[in-house]
Design a protein around this ligand. Structure first.
Ligand code: HEM
Length: 405
């Protein structure tokens, strides 16, 4: 059975991770945590799983549950259903367990299969081409490319009109901060963003009810008329989840990936010319600097053992995916970017019942974008200091200045 270190050392490392420097480069801190053991106990009692094999087994296991309401109650939000941000987030599919989760996932999964997504390749190539036209001279990669690419793709898929998409960049960022922090200030700000998102999507659903179009919102509205379909609130929270998950994370993959490639010109040069490298390169970029570092907290419904870790009933645990992806027991020289690495797959999309629904879509966007960006702009370089997004769950930049010449 794996022994756990309950020491001040864990608290010290977690505090360092919470600083600006820690967020900018969490990897040395993850290494310190892993050195304490593949599973450690945080001062608040949460188990933090950092080993690759342990994280992999944990996220795949069906027994730990999200039981999100318990977390909200423990954080003092007895009125969470009256708080728009918490209600919109914690009634969405990603936070549900068992049959409630399966029912919702089944309703949307057919839109995101590998085959359906592969059909989107020509559209993604067109959008990438158009965005490249706009990159000229010194510019911000996040604003001009990393955000608009996934926002356009998921916007078109869902049926959010083009002119309305830009406002979601800050709205979604403010709303999803509740995944990182449940302080009154964060929740207040998230509430006001969630009200705008919720009301906008409810209006859009009504419009599509009256006048269906060839998009996913219309399909979900139509399914709502059937017995198993979504009711009005479920539809809004599903659309909000897809919209936010559809671009925030992928914006991160594009920004983190480009930063990593610009730091390693020899690797970038290979990707520029070797077509076949696109798919493995994206897996390596997902491993090397994933935009999602934490899967959401699970709570144990009973005493159980997973990968030699003993969990007690009621125990809370998190999989620190960002640390698992750099585990030296699985990846040789884990801190090096090696685009044709052929080891275990990264854990960036999680696993098991909640395995990322949008993984094929995120992969497609990145596999099209990186080779095209590198070949179109051979002198692409950093043109200033990047700005980091606050919070640990999502690890990325809010600004990445680049120069194309
Ligand atoms: C690089 C980009 C992405 C990363 C790293 C990522 C990561 C993840 C992770 C780690 C989870 C599991 C969370 C957990 O178990 O607590 C997840 C779930 C999910 N992701 Fe993604 N994601 C990405 C892109 C997307 C895209 C493009 C979509 C578009 C629809 C999407 C939709 C979802 C949904 C709906 C879930 C919830 C699935 C469920 O609970 O059954 N993601 N994602």
């Amino acid at each position: 059975m794996t022994t756990r270190v309950d020491s001040d050392a864990v608290g010290e490392v977690l505090a360092a991770l919470g600083t600006d420097e820690g967020r900018a480069d969490p990897y040395p801190h993850y290494a310190r945590l892993r050195a304490l053991g593949p599973v450690v106990t945080a001062p608040d009692g949460v188990l933090v799983i950092t080993g690759y094999r342990q994280c992999s087994a944990f996220v795949r296991d069906q027994r730990p549950l999200k039981q999100s309401e318990q977390l909200l109650l423990a954080a003092g939000y007895h009125d969470w259903r009256e708080r728009p941000s918490l209600r919109l987030m914690f009634t969405s599919m990603v936070m549900l367990d068992g049959p409630a989760h399966t029912r919702l996932r089944r309703l949307v999964s057919s839109a995101f299969t590998a085959r359906r997504v592969a059909n989107l390749r020509p559209a993604v190539e067109r959008i990438v081409g158009e965005l490249c036209e706009r990159l000229d001279g010194t510019t911000d990669f996040v604003t001009e490319f990393a955000f608009p690419l996934p926002a356009t793709v998921i916007g078109e898929l869902l049926g959010v009109p083009r002119a309305d998409r830009p406002m979601f960049q800050t709205l979604v960022r403010d709303w999803t901060m509740v995944l990182d922090e449940l302080s009154p200030a964060v929740v207040d700000r998230a509430d006001s963003a969630a009200v705008t998102i919720r009301d906008y999507l409810a209006d859009l659903a009504e419009t599509r009810h009256a006048e269906p179009a060839d998009d996913l919102i219309s399909a979900l509205v139509a399914a709502g008329d059937g017995e198993e379909g979504l009711d009005a609130e479920e539809l809004v929270s599903m659309a909000a989840l897809l919209l936010s998950a559809g671009f925030e994370t992928t914006t991160g993959l594009l920004a983190n990936g480009l930063f990593a490639l610009l730091e390693e010109p020899a690797q970038a040069a290979r990707l520029r010319t070797e077509q076949a490298l696109a798919a493995p390169a994206v897996e390596e970029l997902l491993r090397y600097d994933s935009p999602v570092h934490l899967a959401s907290t699970r709570i144990m419904p009973t005493d159980l053992t997973i990968a030699d870790i003993g969990f007690a009933e009621g125990q809370r645990a998190v999989a620190l995916l960002g640390a698992a992806n750099r585990d030296p027991e699985v990846f040789r020289e884990p801190d090096r970017l090696v685009l044709d690495r052929a080891e275990e797959p990264p854990l960036s999309f999680g696993g098991g019942a909640h395995y990322c629904l949008g993984a094929p879509l995120a992969r497609l966007e990145a596999q099209v974008a990186f080779p095209l960006l590198l070949s179109r702009f051979p002198r692409l370089s950093l043109a200033g200091d990047p700005v980091f997004r606050p919070g640990l769950s999502l690890h990325t930049y809010t600004s990445l200045p680049i120069s194309t010449n």
